[in-house]
Design a protein around this ligand. Structure first.
Ligand code: CTP
Ligand code: MG
Length: 237
């Protein structure tokens, strides 16, 4: 469709428990500015993304300190108890300004290194897809399943296994409905694709770049800085 519209929803309402600090990880300094600003840069300057909705925790004291001035519209909503609730709030807000069948890219605030070329690949690969899909990485290591005492109970066949990354791109209303239906059944989906899967759809996996890491622990910060510097040198990102 020539007049396709794209929106982004950025869940940023987590507390970053695994970082073990009071400062939520999305506000950690990274290459001289808060982590979330790197993430927002990628979406708020993207020529095909019309607007960005950010989900912020209810008592977030840091969001208003950010100095944001972007060409694309940035709106915020209050997040919820789990990532899926935050995303749902963001989708509802996006539906107020967008159209039911517009595409929406849901992207973790905690993934500041996503490349523009990866976003562009997602847009182009999924352009004619009836469902949508997600950036993903094929699993490289041999996979083991453990029992409770951390001894191996089986080796899991790696063939066909992928890491699910973000952005995940679906159409606004179908995604909002799929998440609502999952929640109504008590399923706290951990990504958008899982909600679509529960709705009977088969999201498409689009191979992304391995530097699109999710900041989870402190060790990831140094790696993210390395990737961001590398991207700046390569003139991408
Ligand atoms: N997120 C959110 N609302 C929640 C929980 C998470 O918007 N209730 C967001 C986070 O801010 C993050 C993304 O979802 O950008 C991915 O979640 P995760 O990496 O798990 O972040 P946290 O939940 O903040 O970290 P932790 O699980 O260690 O507490
Ligand atoms: Mg979490």
């Amino acid at each position: 469709m020539a007049d396709e519209q794209y929106w982004a929803v950025i869940p940023a309402a987590g507390s970053g428990e695994r970082m073990g600090s009071d400062l939520p990880k999305q506000y950690y300094p990274l290459c001289g500015k808060p982590l979330i600003e790197h993430t927002l840069d990628r979406f708020c300057t993207h020529p095909r993304i019309k607007g960005v909705v950010v989900a912020i925790a209810e008592h977030d004291r840091y969001w208003r300190e950010l100095k944001l001035s972007y060409a694309n519209e940035v709106l915020f909503v209050t997040g919820g108890a789990k990532r899926c609730h935050s995303v749902l709030n963001g989708l509802k807000r996006a539906e107020q300004i967008g159209r039911a069948q517009d595409w929406v890219l849901v992207h973790d605030a905690a993934r500041p290194c996503v490349r523009k070329e990866d976003i562009d690949r997602l847009l182009s690969v999924l352009a004619d897809d009836p469902v949508g899909g997600l950036l993903a990485l094929p699993v490289r290591d041999t996979m083991k399943r453990s029992q409770s005492d951390n001894t191996v109970c089986e080796t899991v066949e790696r063939e066909g296994l992928w890491h699910a990354l973000t952005p995940q791109m679906f159409r606004l209303e179908p995604l909002r409905r799929a998440i609502e239906a999952a929640l109504a059944e008590g399923r706290l989906v951990t990504d958008e694709a899982q909600a679509m899967e529960f709705a009977g759809a088969a999201p498409r996996l689009v191979e992304g770049h391995p530097d699109n890491i999710k900041i989870t622990s402190r060790a990831d910060l140094a790696l993210a800085e390395l990737y961001l510097r590398q991207q700046a040198q390569e003139g991408c990102g």
